[in-house]
Design a protein around this ligand. Sequence first.
Ligand code: PMP
Length: 286
Amino acid sequence: MNRLIWIDGQLLPRLEARVSVFDHGLLYGDGVFEGIRQYNGRILRLDAHLKRLFDSAKAIRLDIPLTAADLGRAIEETIKANHLTDCYIRVVITRGVGPLGISPSGCLKPTIIIIADTISLYPAEMYESGMAIITAATPRISTAALSPKIKSLNYLNNIMAKWEAIDAGVPEAVMLNQQGFVCECTADNIFITRGGKLITPPEESGILMGVTRGIVLELAEKEGLTAMQQNLTRYDLYTADECFLTGTGAEIIPVTSIDKRKIGSGAAGDITRRLIAAFHEFVRRN
Ligand code: PMP
């Protein structure tokens, strides 16, 4: 599909949308990004995504040369130019072109890219039957080194864990923090249920504060479920009644085995199914 890509204010055919080899986003992974989704002609939680993007940029001292409103309009423009009604939007903001050497001080203008396209992260049948995951030996990097709340262009830590999943023949891996508590998967947040209660690791465990995670917590409340944000161990995962992952790309996907331990009955659980149904209803109307 010959999509039009928004790059530094211009909409260009995909083969003409290029960045410089001197862009520090490429040379050093110096930049931030967002993954956003549009359902039924409307963007889901655009404000929350823009807030996270601007906070990520602020945290790495990158001044985005557009207001959030302008960027929101550029996103809408990109979607419209591609005639999309249900799509995935990737916004990338790099430090921009600069001299060799990691110093960001010579990068005078951030590069801004908006891609709108379709996405399917996992095979459709996994949303019914659930997926097997493993625990990665690669821990999440220390929050003191780089906050996982920053959605930066540095995904190598997660990619190393993803390799472990690929080697184990499963689609995802759960990562633990420096204390050995459960954080999140390589690109999704994680939830379990136990005794009818929903539990997900807290902000302090060192996670990306997922927009989908937030929506699931809201939906759980509407569904009358008790939801808790608590540290989890691998034992808690292995002995959970149900488990599922959340993310903009992944939406809500059931997990039915972890490190070869069957979760609950080994099928997508009732609470997971209820939340998936509530999520689809919610995004349809949002
Ligand atoms: N954790 C990580 C590491 C992620 O990259 C993502 C986004 N793909 C998530 C969690 C889920 O966040 P969101 O629901 O905002 O997409």
